[in-house]
Design a binder for this molecule. Structure first.
Ligand SMILES: Cc1cc2nc3c(=O)[nH]c(=O)nc-3n(C[C@H](O)[C@H](O)[C@H](O)COP(=O)(O)O)c2cc1C
Length: 338
């Protein structure tokens, strides 16, 4: 099976990570990815303490393999963080801000730190903090994301990270993306939107159907987010969400002044949708890979296909590329003056 040194570090078989997709992971999703050889991520954002505890316990009941517990620094609950330290997962993953002294606290508990960045500068800072793995997340990603595309970001973060392994995120949903990430110097991938359209994901079937039907251009940045939700304070990264378009979001984006004036009402509608399981009608966070997802699949099958396709893509001889070989032959003969 496809392996990189990251696999040794994390104790996994193949370098595929189910990204944190709060609050839509389920113990079944996390365990299915772990049992298929990858690393699953339990999430904590927007979930009460008891639900987090239950997720961790149920995941442990379904797999004896390593998994991660994720925190977004913008919404971090300190009791939940203590709970995660005590649970001793293999990895705690952090996102959306400077990890600061949390790195030392996680290491003191004997746990690895995986930290997500959106720029090369943030990667340099994370290395200085002592993180063990860096996720370089391109703007194509679903959820909160920065402005640099994965293709430009990954090699820069690889250069900035030195000996710290880098995992690519944003825009990856099949084995060609995994192969490309490895060629760019990453040692694995962290996939979110593809995992939302997994059979075990805890988002609604209507959301999964919307992902299957969507084109990439339907996954838009929501720059207006902070007109409605207060911008959290602290050493946070400059990000905003990417979501599938909905009539609700289109209306909001066309009338930002009205949304700002009625921020409380807009917020309540979104949070109500989240509680009722109808988030797909409001702001279904999703990345540009929505355009390349054509079916809902069990998570183990997603991992299996990613790895098999990447292995094929990485070993395919150049001569087997119908157009590529032609281009190469032409440029070689041009170079030789023929
Ligand atoms: C619905 C949704 C929720 C997310 N929630 C979180 C989260 O709680 N913590 C986090 O670190 N990242 C979160 N993300 C970002 C993902 O972890 C990951 O970086 C991203 O999905 C990768 O890009 P992709 O969607 O193109 O695969 C979320 C993404 C989505 C789509």
């Amino acid at each position: 099976m496809l392996r990189t040194p990251l696999c040794e570090l994390l104790g996994i078989e193949t370098p595929v990570i189910q990204a944190a997709i709060a609050p839509f992971t389920s113990p079944e999703l996390v365990a299915a990815v772990c049992n298929a050889g990858g690393l699953g991520s339990v999430t904590t954002a927007m979930q009460p303490l008891e639900a987090i505890q239950q997720q961790i316990e149920r995941t442990r009941g379904l797999t004896d393999r390593p998994f991660a517990i994720n925190f977004t620094l913008a919404t971090m609950d300190h009791e939940a963080f203590e709970l995660a330290l005590a649970a001793r997962p293999a990895v705690i993953s952090l996102a959306l801000g400077d990890p600061g002294e949390l790195v030392e606290r996680i290491h003191d508990a004997g746990i690895l730190v995986m930290h997500q960045v959106h720029t090369a500068r943030q990667a340099r800072e994370a290395v200085a903090r002592g993180v063990d793995v860096i996720i370089a997340q391109g703007t194509e990603a679903g959820g909160f994301t920065g402005s640099v595309s994965a293709m430009a970001l990954i090699p820069q973060v690889v250069d900035a990270a030195g000996t710290v392994p880098v995992v690519a995120a944003g825009g990856i949903a099949d084995g060609r993306g995994l192969a490309a990430a490895l060629v760019l110097g990453a040692q694995g991938v962290n996939i979110g939107t593809r995992c939302l359209a997994a059979a075990e994901a805890a988002c609604s079937e209507s959301w999964k159907a919307a992902l299957v039907a969507a084109e990439s251009e339907d996954a838009v940045k929501v720059q207006e987010w902070y007109d409605v939700f207060p911008r959290p304070t602290g050493a946070l990264y400059d990000t905003c969400p990417r979501s599938l378009r909905t009539p609700f979001l289109d209306h909001w984006q066309r009338h930002p002044d009205a949304a700002r004036r009625e921020a409380d009402r807009v917020q309540n509608e979104i949070l109500g949708g989240l509680r009722r399981g109808t988030m797909h009608e409001f702001i279904p966070f999703s990345g540009q890979t929505a355009g390349m997802i054509h079916e809902v699949l069990p998570a183990a099958e997603i991992v299996r296909r990613l790895v098999a396709e990447a292995e094929r893509a990485l070993t395919r001889p150049v001569a087997a590329w119908p157009t590529g070989s032609d281009v190469l032959c032409r440029s070689e003969s041009q170079a030789q003056g023929r």
